[in-house]
Structures are given as C-alpha cells and as structure tokens.
Design a protein around this ligand. Structure first.
Ligand code: HEM
Length: 374
C-alpha cells in the first residue's frame, strides 16, 4: 500500500505518526471506587441483601484505602458481591442500561489526553482479549467469566503488563454502573473499542459473573510474541480456534502499539493505530520487513520508514502456508476481514461462560455513538 493512504479515524484526530509521546505512568494513575450501594427499600429480603451489601462494601472500602494497588483490585471482588446482592434485590438491567455503559466507555476512551495516540481504545481491546484468551477448552477453566485478572498473580503475569491502565479506566465506569460484572464490563469495553474505532459490529451479550482469586489462571496461557507458528497454534487451538480464526483475530494489531516498558517491544503496526482496518495484513505483504537493529527483543521494522513494527508472531502469518492463505485473503478484502473478525472476536469474548448464564439466547448489537446521534 502507499504510505499516503493514512486514514483518519472517524471520531478523533489521526496520530501524528512520528508519534505522540507516551504519557508517563503517573499522569494516568488514577483510582476511583464505587460507593457502597444504598439499602433497597422494597422488601425485607432486599433490606437484608442491602445491609449485607453495605457491610461488604464498607470492608471493601477499608481494603481500598489501606492496601496496595493489587489488594485494592482484589477488594473489587468483595464489592462485586455487594453489587450482585443489590442487583438480585431490586434491579435487573435492560439492554438500554448496557447501552448506557457502552456510551460511557466510548466517552472515557476518547478522554485520553496525551496518552499514546489519544485513545484508550487499543488498551481496552487488549484487556478484553487477555481477560478471555486464558480459556482452556480441555479443563473449561479461564476465559472471561470471572474477570480473574483483578487478582494476583494473574494481574502480574508478564503478558498483562500495562493492562492496569485499562483496568483503572474501567473502574471509572464501574463506579457509575456498579451493577455490571467486571467480565461484562471488560468485554463490553472490547466491543466499544472495536466499534468506536470504525471496526465491525461485535455481537455481545451480558451474563458473566465475578469470581475470586482462586479462579485466577496460571501463567503461560497467552501467546509469547517471540515464538513461531507451533506456539501460536498451541495457544489458540487450546481456546478452540482454528487457523482462519487465529489470522482474523491477529488483525486487531491494526490498532495500538507496543511499549518498551510493558512488553519490551516498541512501536505501532500501522499508520492509523486508532482506526480499525485491514492495513495490518496489507502492510505485512506490501512492505519489506527487516529485523530491527537495536538492543531490545527481536522485532521487525518496515524498511522504508522504519516507523512501523511487526512481532515475530505477526510475521509468521506471511511465512506459514496455512496462515498465509487467510492473511492474503484479508489483505485483499476488508469486508471479509470485518466479517470474520467480528465472528471470532465475539466468540472469544464468550469463552469460559456457561451458556445458561447469558441473559439472552442471541447476542446483541450495541449501537455506536455515531449511530445514536444521527
Ligand atoms: C499471537 C498472538 C498475539 C501476540 C503474540 C500478541 C502480542 C502483543 C504484544 C507483545 C503487544 C504489545 C503490548 C505492549 O507493549 O503494550 C500487543 C498489543 C496489542 N494486542 Fe496483541 N498479541 C496477539 C494477539 C492479539 C489478539 C488476538 C488481539 C485482539 C483480538 C490483540 C490485540 C492487541 C492490541 C489492541 C494491542 C495494542 C495495545 C495498546 O496499544 O496498548 N492481540 N500484542
């Protein structure tokens, strides 16, 4: 592709590619917490649930003010229980309520100031993926159901470095909509990120519940970017995906960037890291990729501008025969990529959630902000 084809994101300024400085951590280390839910008035059952919830909420608040960051995150499980009690007592959220949550996420995503490319969208998408991609189909463990990344050691796994930024942004939403489970919130964050960055609709439905530290998954379930095709297949087949779905999901790297202080890798994959396109595949085939000469981990850079990157696992999509067939198809056909990404990502977000837990038999399509305003 020609480098003049830099696309403008629909709802935000395009990255001035040589790129905005990454904000320092301190500038976005903000915390918020949900107030303990008020005691419901409607019945005795509700009253007891409410009192219990308030008591648990009080403990959670104590944990919040007196503990470390990680303990604070663990405290959210206690708040989660309080909120579940409240929901059970007197409130059943409707699709319209979830749309309000979506809208708030979309707003927060854009309110990113100097952070990265001016959007929290990519990191929210990565949170949704890492929360779901721990699924193991053989044991039925992991996946998005229990939002176990709130707990150590999962929150500290190398693959999750930097996702504290996304979890903190999501805490703001949780404080306003305390009834939503973390699993639903984080996966809805992934949906909002893709849709608001001009990607396809992602069918989604709520029903995940908050789990506990004991449900946290072991390290090593998420892919290691330094490895080859065998490893990628091991990881994604374990989740139940096939080669075509692996390649379609990898197209999410059209968005966002690598950070030396998180993964060790550096730079964005495309010139429009806040707009969802099939440029990732186009660039993989159209540009000449060479190993970057630097002291960091092995990664590729485009020979022409040296401003874009590919991970070893990205480059494998052009080397492995089966992966290459799909990657080429997506490079040639954006519509096909959108369709296949939507199906695979929607499925990814539901991994580990017992079907009976979902509130609807068919997944919903949440409306974009643009659609609601027109
Ligand atoms: C072989 C599979 C994959 C590997 C090895 C991989 C690896 C990585 C690495 C090393 C980063 C950089 C993290 C950082 O330094 O901040 C990253 C970022 C990202 N990944 Fe992946 N990834 C894979 C698949 C996926 C999938 C399936 C999705 C979503 C469906 C995804 C979405 C993202 C996004 C949006 C970012 C940018 C985050 C940001 O800008 O903060 N990745 N990935």
């Amino acid at each position: 592709m020609s480098f003049s084809a830099i696309r403008t994101p629909l709802r935000r300024g395009v990255l001035s590619a040589s790129f905005r400085p990454t904000a320092t951590r301190s500038s976005f280390r903000k915390f918020s917490t949900a107030a303990p839910p008020p005691a419901p008035k409607s019945s005795n059952t509700a009253l007891f649930a409410g009192l219990g919830a308030a008591a648990i909420g009080g403990i959670a608040y104590y944990v919040y003010v007196s503990q470390s960051d990680t303990a604070r995150e663990a405290g959210t499980a206690v708040r989660g229980a309080a909120q579940t009690a409240k929901v059970a007592a007197n409130f059943t959220p409707t699709k319209a309520d979830y749309q309000k949550v979506y809208n708030r996420i979309a707003e927060i995503m854009d309110d990113a100031g100097e952070y990265d490319d001016g959007s929290f969208g990519p990191v929210l998408l990565r949170l949704a993926w890492h929360a779901s991609g721990t699924y193991d189909k053989n044991t039925g463990t992991g996946g998005s159901n229990y939002a176990t990344m709130r707990f150590e050691p999962e929150s500290l796994h190398g693959a999750n470095a930097g996702l504290v930024v996304a979890r903190q942004e999501m805490e703001k939403v949780k404080a306003e909509f305390p009834w939503i489970s973390y699993g639903d919130l984080w996966t809805l964050g992934g949906v909002a990120a893709v849709q608001e960055m001009a990607g396809p609709r992602i069918p989604w439905r709520p029903g995940r519940i908050d789990g506990f530290a004991k449900d946290a998954t072991p390290d090593g379930r998420l892919p290691d970017a330094s490895q080859g095709a065998l490893h990628i297949r091991d990881i994604f087949y374990r989740m139940g995906f096939n080669d075509q779905e692996i390649v379609a999901l990898s197209g999410a790297h059209a968005l966002g960037r690598c950070h030396t202080d998180r993964s060790g890798y550096e730079g964005p994959w495309t010139f429009s890291p806040t707009t969802f396109t099939n440029d990732y595949y186009k660039l993989l085939f159209d540009e000449k990729w060479v190993w970057k000469k630097w002291s960091g981990p092995k990664q590729l850079e485009d020979k022409k501008t040296k401003s874009l990157m590919m991970l070893p696992t990205d480059y494998v999509l052009t080397q492995d025969k089966s992966f290459k067939k799909f990657a080429k198809a997506y490079a040639d056909d954006n519509e096909l990529f959108f369709k296949d990404f939507s199906a695979a990502f929607s499925r990814l977000l539901e991994l580990g959630v017992p079907t009976g837990q979902f509130v609807a038999s068919d997944a919903w399509e949440m409306k974009t902000i643009e659609e609601q305003s027109s």
